[in-house]
Design a protein. Sequence first.
Length: 314
Amino acid sequence: MAGKRRFSILGDSISTFEGCNPTGFRVFYEGERCAATGVREARDTWWAQVVDALGGELLANGSFSGSMVEGAGFPAGDSAERVAALARDRQAPDAVLVFMGINDYGWGGADAQAAGRGNALPACLDVDALGEQREPGLAASDAVERFGAAYGSMLARLRTAYPQAEVWCCTLCPGRVVGRDDSTFAYRLRGVAFDAYNDAIRAAARAHGCRVADVRALGRDYEALDGTHPTARGMRQFAGLVLRAMEAADDAAGSALGGSSALGVVALPGAAALRAAAHDAPPSAERCSEPSCIGCPHAASTGGKWLLVCERGI
């Protein structure tokens, strides 16, 4: 009987959990944050729930809190070290789940991250040579193009390192502040539309032979402590949305689940429960038409400690 399919995870803070990431990698879900979010065990994370629902097992989680896809080197997603962290004990993954890009959107580019002294700056940068620390403002006109190029380069590294692995790219999904009935997400934080980043993810995945779990296309929010980091409920909502998006991709490709799907999705009891969790995620709603959040009194924060939260109507 064949063994379980081995999954590896490539992500940012949303996909970290204490004890599950390589030594030295920054972790968000640890200590007091676990208590605050209710994400108390690894099994509460979105990725653990998806892997379990697919009948797989975790090989490695190479996620790094605060990291962008774009960057001059580690810990950027487009770095050899991040791709290498997806293997363990000389074993390569059978499938890789990629969920990155929210920090690229939040900063508006690697230059802004460096100027604002983000907490996941490439280790190769000489901080003293960067000049005075500056608050990030509007994103550069080519921010999305640079993000798309970096995302494509990251996927090319993945395909070269693990040619037999199936790579799933999750599109970015709006978070909603816990306890709010209406959408709180900031859709044009630095003047570039949130969904332009999702278009870049879709295009890069197509160009490099990867599959897309188009969570954003489902039009739902997940519950988040601060508008970005999921609570335990938000983790389950997002996991359900990922599973539904993977199923939709299989349906679009004309393959029935449990049949000719390259991923080998199976109808386990856990998968059925997770599908139901997706229905708990509330519909997304873009409630603002301002060109950016910079200078807007309704923006929770647009500086170096940015929040993807619009307080209009809150």
